[in-house]
Design a protein around this ligand. Structure first.
Ligand code: 5AD
Ligand code: SF4
Length: 456
């Protein structure tokens, strides 16, 4: 088969990273292997994200650059299929067709399994192939069962879409209604990943704890089923909504050893007025109580969150309420954003938009506090011993890299060991230093570490 080169550029969340990998996998049988150089690419896919500000402008400037490369290739008699995927494609397909007529394919997140057919159609007919439907069939049923090796720590999408309609958010419009994959399909994919060396799986979904797939019915049951897979040492899930933190899921944090003690649970704001305007469906106290229950189940649980400052109507007092919630909960880390309007969402039409400069100042203040909390969380681990999943070689010779149960990046000296031998092993280490972004560790007597059995 003639080898063709594929370049996939990904923006946004881990679900997009997952989709990008799957797109590369469905195109592999057509002879595509990957490249990072646009000039060499027979096909380029831009997998876009709509959640961040100026997403469309960023896309159009990237497309402008690729247009030149595409033309230069055409001058040499070489084609380049240009595809735009992801949430910007879903939301702005018509705009892309009008402003960038040299784009060959526009596809939404739900139609990635149809990509080979789209490539064939683009080759035959020329002109734009646009497929941003929410098809009746699930992409997951039609994507290949076997995946390429994913590495020691990998993602697995189990749920997509969202029915929460937070006032600021485009996701319910671009990713569609909440939908869950059947447990059997998730388990088969997970077993395949473990057979190829994956030891830690993070279950992904826009609203992953709303999971209700056939054969499990809840995320807690799915986690319990996954925990039975031999060789799968660690489980995580992301991203969760406070309203869907069911009792059985909280209980799972207490009694499932492989479920790691770190939970991403966005709160967005600490003010009840703003939470109501955001249509979050919970108060700050609801969140506090939930955290208390989670910590009762799993005392060493670390929490991370997302925050938006400057949501329409947010006052100084509301912002102060967010800062005090952060101080109380002591987040291990967080993403924080300045509100920016998204066309079509209720918040974009709300009166009392907050001044840009006020939003900037609030963001700086919040981020300084969050960084301080993150450093304190990491520093609190210095001196303690915990298990680290080794992911590979560290940045310096003789070092290994890995991740702690709390998702902290870890590096440790292992001068007499080949990092390739240690990758995939869960090794006890002691933290001897901390920064805001990582822990420096020493290995606790490697000779006496159990070598866990890998699945065949
Ligand atoms: N403006 C700013 N931040 C936003 N997010 C989602 N929509 C917006 C918006 N319009 C943030 C939320 C969400 C995270 C993924 O992105 O905090 O949890
Ligand atoms: Fe967006 Fe809210 Fe759904 Fe999260 S829960 S994806 S913020 S609508």
């Amino acid at each position: 088969m003639v080898t063709k080169r594929l370049l996939v550029k990904t923006w946004g969340c881990q679900m997009n990273v997952y989709d990008s990998e799957r797109m590369a996998e469905v195109l592999a049988p057509l002879g595509f292997s990957s490249t990072t150089t646009p000039e060499d690419a027979d096909m380029v896919i831009l997998n876009t994200c709509h959640i961040r500000e100026k997403a469309a402008e960023k896309l159009f400037s990237e497309l402008g650059r690729l247009r030149v490369v595409k033309q230069a290739r055409a001058d040499r008699g070489l084609p380049m299929v240009l595809a735009v995927a992801g949430c910007v494609a879903q939301a702005e397909g018509a705009e892309i067709a009008a402003r960038a007529p040299y784009v060959d394919i526009v596809l939404g997140p739900q139609t990635i399994h149809r990509l080979p057919e789209m490539v064939a159609r683009a080759g035959r007919a020329g002109g734009l192939v646009l497929d941003t439907e929410f098809p009746a069939e699930s992409k997951f049923d039609l994507l290949p069962g076997a995946r390429s090796p994913q590495g020691v720590a990998a993602f697995l999408t189990v749920q997509e879409g969202c029915d929460k309609f937070c006032a600021f958010c485009v996701v319910p419009y671009t990713r569609g209604a909440e939908a869950s994959r059947p447990a059997a399909a998730v388990l088969a994919e997970a077993r395949g990943m473990v057979a190829q060396g994956t030891r830690e799986i993070t279950l992904l979904g826009q609203n992953v704890n709303a999971y209700h797939g056939e054969g499990a019915g809840s995320l807690a049951v799915l986690l319990r089923q996954l925990a039975e897979i031999p060789g799968l040492a660690r489980l995580r899930y992301s991203t969760s909504h406070p309203r869907d933190m069911a009792d059985d899921l909280i209980a799972a944090h207490g009694d499932l050893a492989s479920l790691m003690p770190m939970l991403h649970l966005p709160v967005q704001s600490g003010s009840d007025r703003v939470l109501a305007a955001m249509n979050r469906g919970h108060t700050a106290d609801d969140y506090r109580r939930l955290v208390d229950r989670l910590r009762a189940a799993r005392p060493d649980l670390g929490l991370s969150s997302d925050f938006i400052v400057g949501h329409p109507g947010e006052t100084d007092a509301d912002h102060a309420a967010t800062l005090s919630l952060v101080r109380e909960i002591g987040f291990a880390g967080a993403y924080s954003f300045k509100y920016s309007p998204r066309a079509g969402t209720p918040a974009a039409r709300a009166p009392f938009q907050v001044d840009e400069s006020v939003g900037d100042a609030r963001l700086r203040e919040l981020q300084a506090l969050l960084l301080d909390r993150q450093l304190a969380f990491n520093a609190a681990h210095v001196g303690s011993v915990f298990e680290v999943l080794v992911t590979g070689a560290g940045r310096h010779p003789g070092q290994v890299a890995g991740r702690s149960p709390w998702l902290q990046a870890v590096h440790a000296e292992a001068p007499d060991s080949d990092p390739a031998d240690l990758a995939g092993r869960v090794i006890r280490m002691r933290a001897i230093g901390a920064s805001a972004n990582s822990l420096s560790c020493v290995i606790e007597d490697l000779a006496h570490q159990p070598r866990e059995k890998h699945a065949a």
